[in-house]
Design a protein around this ligand. Structure first.
Ligand SMILES: [Fe+2]
Length: 391
């Protein structure tokens, strides 16, 4: 049995950005645009503002202080701007960090308290939102899926934790997915965001939760990523590749929305929670192969079924394709590649963080897993030694 709820109005395709003003007018005439540096630098902010102005929306505030791995502090600051100016809507224009922040700013600005009260510890959030300002999410990368899901992953630098807000009020009202905005991504950003989408699809398909629609989306997303990510990586101006990757990222985002992600994401969040300079997808890439290897050895069934749906020989071919793709994209293959010190204390801290902030994920991992296993997987990746995987 499964339930499917996806309340986002999606506008997809080249040129979709030109609808922003017409769409924003549904919500009012005063807006906050949340973005980072790149949206300004690449001219996307000007493009959005001029389209709003053409549609008579002239009261526009820009909050451009969102950095990768967005913090609760930045969200609280943005929320204060939104609430004190009583904006009618919020536009998130950027990559995953910006979209996550824009959604969280909408939640916090419309309710009481601070951002960190709304994140999902295993015991649940401290506060539950009861209203949110409408958000228009405009991705400028192809990977996050945040434009179509209920998650906002936030970092708390004081607690060195990274946890998501996950609530049905945290969906954007509208997603404007225009692949044109992804055409200026450099190779590294194309690779990292694309592999993030891959892990969304892989984890949502293989975890123990049930949702047929999400699994169908996940299979399709993986097929597209295997076919098109390397082309987008080598040929940044290839419009067909960019269109396909925007679509794959979006449907993989729906897949995690319906079925959650899994252990790779949880184990990564503790890494970039403690080491905020590490990009989310690079952490995923450093851990993903080993965690998938662990799961395939202990509980291969879901991976066998996925391989079959993808038209591959078996789960080992799937793992091999992942390895080849990671190498071809020049992505890190281990925590050692990321430059983490080979230190037992780091391993213990990371494993404890997973237990404290995300132990719920143990229940949905395809294979039975313990805190000791998590420690061993971190160790395996840190020392690049598969013999350490099973203790
Ligand atoms: Fe992700």
């Amino acid at each position: 049995m499964f339930n499917y709820y996806m309340p986002v109005d999606i506008h997809f395709g080249f040129g979709a950005i030109s609808k922003v003003g017409e769409i924003a007018r549904r919500f009012g005439f005063k807006g906050l645009i949340v973005c980072g540096n790149s949206a300004k630098r690449l001219g996307y902010l000007d493009k959005v503002v001029s389209n709003l102005v053409i549609n008579n929306i002239r009261d526009i505030i820009v909050f451009d202080e969102i950095e990768p791995n967005p913090t609760d502090i930045a969200v609280n600051k943005g929320a204060l701007i939104a609430s004190s100016n009583q904006v009618d809507f919020i536009i998130g224009l950027g990559g995953g960090s910006v979209l996550d922040a824009a959604k969280a700013i909408a939640i916090v600005s419309s309710n009481e308290g601070f951002a960190w009260e709304y994140v999902n510890y295993p015991e649940g959030p401290k506060s539950i939102p009861y209203y949110t300002r409408p958000v228009i999410a405009i991705p400028t990368t192809a990977g996050t899926g945040s434009e179509v899901n209920k998650y906002s992953v936030l970092s708390n630098p004081n607690r060195k934790e990274k946890i998501a807000i996950a609530h049905s009020l945290n969906y954007p009202k509208v997603a404007i997915v225009d692949p044109e905005l992804t055409m200026s991504m450099d190779k590294d950003l194309t690779a990292t965001t694309g592999i993030d989408a891959f892990y969304h699809a892989l984890e949502s398909y293989t975890n123990k939760l049930e949702n047929k629609i999400a699994e169908d989306f996940a299979v399709k997303a993986i097929k597209i990523i295997f076919d098109w990510l390397l082309i987008a990586y080598h040929e940044p101006q290839n419009k067909e590749a960019r269109l396909n990757m925007s679509y794959a990222a979006m449907i993989a985002g729906i897949a995690i929305d319906q079925k959650r992600a899994g252990l790779i994401h949880s184990m990564e969040h503790t890494v970039s929670g403690r080491f905020p300079k590490i990009a989310h997808a690079k952490g995923l890439s450093a851990l993903g192969y080993y965690i998938t290897l662990f799961n395939i050895k202990k509980a291969p069934q879901k991976y066998q079924r996925l391989a079959e749906e993808l038209g591959l020989k078996d789960e080992h071919e799937l793992l091999n394709k992942l390895k080849e793709l990671t190498i071809a994209l020049s992505l890190p293959r281990s925590l050692k590649d990321l430059g983490l010190a080979q230190d037992e204390d780091i391993i213990n801290d990371l494993a404890e963080d997973v237990h404290f902030t995300a132990r719920g994920v143990f229940n949905i991992n395809p294979a039975d897993i313990t805190e000791e296993d998590v420690r061993n997987i971190y160790k395996t990746s840190l020392f690049e030694d598969e013999s350490l995987m099973y203790g």
